[in-house]
Design a protein around this ligand. Sequence first.
Ligand SMILES: [Zn+2]
Length: 75
Amino acid sequence: MLTCKQQVAVSSDYLDGQLSFRQRLLVRHHLLFCPNCRRFIRQMRLLRGSLQKLPEPPPEDLEQTVERMMREQSR
Ligand SMILES: [Zn+2]
């Protein structure tokens, strides 16, 4: 069984569907017995849902930043 710390560490991947079948089972098993992590996952899912609705941040200064990085690298 996962510890809460392990659970938190994989919860982002869990929400992304990035976990293997076995890992997913471990997470589900943990959530079944741990109301704290259940709440955590729920809040994380809500947060991510609301984040996805936000517009993309403007690509402010991106070109300048890349240009500067390339200049610094070629030094
Ligand atoms: Zn837990």
